[in-house]
Design a protein around this ligand. Structure first.
Ligand SMILES: [Mg+2]
Length: 501
C-alpha cells in the first residue's frame, strides 16, 4: 500500500447544507448512471440527492437569474477518455478495440474505445460480458496518473479561455463564454470559438479529441455535446431548445434515472414532449415535490444554473491507494480510523481545527466519490473525525471493491495562509499490518501498466501469468514496438512511474 498526504479539491458549502457529494463518473459518456444527480448550487457547492432537485430561482443571496438569451454555456467532453489516453500512449492499440477497467473476476468496464463499442461494449458493463462480446479487445487496468495528467492539460486550456470553468470530472467541464472576452455571443462567434477550443485541446494533449456542445444553459450544452460524438461540435441556437428536446426520451433530463423514468413510463410519459404536456401538480404527484418542480422547468429547457468555478477549500487530508481492490468493510473502517488519526495529528501540529469531515473513495471502476458531513463545532479530535468518516462510509456501496480511501477535514479558519496540501513532507512509512493486501498481490504486473527495462527501455505490460510477464516496448512517441517475455521477478524489469521522467 502506498500512503502519503493527498489533496483533493474541496467545495464551499452554504449554511445549512449538511451533505456534500461529488462523483466522478469515470469514463461514462453522458449522465451518471443511476438516480444520484449532481447540481451546482447557487452557493457554489454541489448538492447531491436522490432524484436531484433543481435549485430554486432565488439563491441564498436573494438574486434572481434568468435563462440566457445567448448560447454562452459550453460543455466539453473528451471522447472515450481513458481508452483514448491508452491508444495515444500505446501505438499498437490505435484503431483497435480497447477496454479500460477492472480486469479481475468482478471487474467492470470504465471506458471502452469506439472500436470496442461497435461490439456492444459499454461503460459499467461487467468485464466478463465485455470479453464475451469483444474477446479480441485489449483489456487494460487504468493508469490514473496518466489520465489526471491529461486532464490537467485540458483544464488549463479551458481556464485560459474563461475564468468561469466548472469541471464535472476528469474529462468534462462547463465553461461560461460570457466571461471569455469574445466580441459577441452570436452563434457564428461561439461556433468558431468551439472549433478553436477543440483544436487547442487536441494539439496540447497529443491528439485527444473532445466533443463540444454550446447552448443557452448547462442542460442544453450537455445534451448538445453528446449529439455528435466523437470529435463533434453542436451549437443549439437560442430559441430552438424545446424543438431539440421534444422528441428525446425523458432520460435526457438530468435527474431522470431509471426509477423516475419507470414511474413516468407507467404514467404514459416517454418523451420530453409527453412530459411537457403534464401539469406541474401532476408531476409533483408522480415524482415528488422538489423533483417534480425541477422536471417541469427542465422539460421547458428552463435552466438558469450558473457555471461555478472550482474553488479549493483549505483542508487537511490523508489518503492511500491500494493495488488490489479492498472489499472487506472492517478493513476499510480500520483504514479510515488510522487516516483520521493522521489527519488529527496534522491538524493539531498546525494548531488547526475544522468542521467539515470528508471521505474520498475511489471505486474499482475509477468512479471517485466524496461524502462529507459538517459538525456543529470544529474539531481536531481523532475519535470524532474517525467516527464521522466511518459513518459516511457506511452509506456507500463499496461491494465492487475500493482502490483508494481518504479522510479530510476542511472548513478551517480563514487565517490559515499555508496550503497544507502543498506540503511534500513524507509521512513515515506505515508498518506492515495484517490489514494490508497480500504482498504478492501488490507485486503483480497489471495489464496496461507502464514498465521500464534496463536494456530495452520503456514499455507496457501486455499480460502476465504462470510466472511470466509479457511486455510490449513502445511509447506515445515511438512506432508500434516489439514484444518480449520475462520471468515476473526479472530484476531488469521495474514499474515505471511519471516521477522517473
Ligand atoms: Mg468523456
Amino acid at each position: 500500500m502506498r500512503r502519503g498526504p493527498g489533496r483533493w479539491p474541496g467545495r464551499g458549502l452554504g449554511v445549512g447544507l449538511l451533505v456534500m457529494a461529488r462523483t466522478l463518473p469515470a469514463g461514462t459518456d453522458g449522465w451518471p448512471v443511476g438516480e444520484q444527480r449532481l447540481w451546482s448550487t447557487p452557493y457554489g457547492g454541489v448538492l447531491c440527492m436522490p432524484g436531484g432537485p433543481l435549485p430554486g430561482r432565488v439563491g441564498g443571496s436573494g438574486y434572481v437569474r434568468e435563462v440566457r438569451t445567448h448560447a454562452s454555456v459550453l460543455h466539453l467532453d473528451l471522447d472515450a477518455f481513458f481508452a483514448a489516453v491508452e491508444q495515444r500512449d500505446k501505438p499498437s492499440l490505435r484503431g483497435r478495440p480497447v477496454v479500460v477497467g477492472g480486469v479481475g473476476g468482478r471487474g467492470v468496464v470504465a471506458t471502452a474505445s469506439y472500436e470496442a463499442r461497435r461490439y456492444g461494449v459499454r461503460s459499467a458493463m461487467t468485464t466478463r460480458e465485455a470479453r464475451s462480446r469483444c474477446p479480441h479487445a485489449a483489456f487494460l487496468t487504468g493508469r490514473f496518473t496518466a489520465y489526471r495528467e491529461a486532464s490537467v492539460v485540458v483544464m488549463r486550456i479551458l481556464r485560459a479561455a474563461s475564468p468561469l470553468v466548472e469541471p464535472l470530472s476528469l474529462d468534462e467541464a462547463f465553461l461560461d463564454l460570457g466571461a471569455a472576452g469574445l466580441g459577441d455571443l452570436e452563434v457564428d462567434t461561439v461556433t468558431a470559438f468551439g472549433h478553436e477550443l477543440r483544436e487547442r485541446v487536441c494539439a496540447a494533449t497529443g491528439g485527444l479529441t473532445a466533443s463540444v456542445g454550446i447552448g443557452t444553459s448547462k442542460f442544453i450544452a450537455k445534451v448538445a455535446s453528446d449529439l455528435d460524438k466523437p470529435d463533434g461540435l453542436v451549437v443549439v441556437p437560442p430559441g430552438t431548445e424545446q424543438q431539440l428536446l421534444r422528441p428525446m426520451h425523458v432520460s435526457v433530463i438530468p435527474g431522470v434515472g431509471p426509477a423516475t423514468a419507470e414511474r413516468l413510463r407507467r404514467a404514459g410519459v416517454h418523451t420530453v414532449a409527453d412530459l411537457e404536456s403534464v401539469g406541474a401538480e401532476e408531476l409533483v404527484r408522480l415524482v415528488g415535490k422538489a423533483h417534480g418542480n425541477g422536471l417541469y422547468r427542465l422539460a421547458r429547457a428552463d435552466d438558469d444554473r450558473a457555471v461555478v468555478p472550482e474553488r479549493e477549500a483549505k483542508s487537511v487530508s490523508v489518503e492511500g491507494t491500494h493495488d488490489t481492490d479492498l472489499t472487506d468493510r472492517t478493513i476499510m473502517a480500520h483504514l479510515l480510523t488510522r487516516q483520521a488519526g493522521e489527519v488529527a495529528t496534522r491538524l493539531r501540529k498546525h494548531g488547526l481545527s475544522g468542521r467539515t469531515i470528508s471521505i474520498k473513495v475511489r471505486l474499482h471502476d475509477f468512479t471517485t466519490l466524496s461524502r462529507s458531513s459538517t459538525l456543529a463545532s470544529p474539531t481536531d479530535q481523532a475519535a470524532v473525525v474517525a467516527r464521522t468518516a466511518r459513518g459516511l462510509l457506511s452509506d456507500l456501496d463499496t461491494s465492487g471493491g475500493v482502490r483508494l480511501l481518504g479522510v479530510g477535514v476542511s472548513g478551517l479558519a480563514d487565517w490559515v495562509q499555508e496550503d497544507l496540501f502543498g506540503e511534500t513532507e513524507e509521512l513515515d512509512e506505515e508498518p506492515e499490518t495484517p490489514l494490508d493486501p497480500a504482498p504478492e498481490a501488490r507485486r503483480s504486473w497489471a495489464p496496461g501498466m507502464d514498465v521500464v527495462h534496463e536494456d530495452l527501455g520503456r514499455g507496457w505490460v501486455w499480460g502476465s501469468g504462470r510466472g511470466v510477464v509479457t511486455v510490449r516496448f513502445e511509447t506515445a512517441q515511438s512506432a508500434s514496438g516489439p514484444v518480449r517475455s520475462y520471468a515476473v521477478d526479472d530484476p531488469r524489469l521495474t514499474p515505471f512511474t511519471l516521477e522517473q521522467t
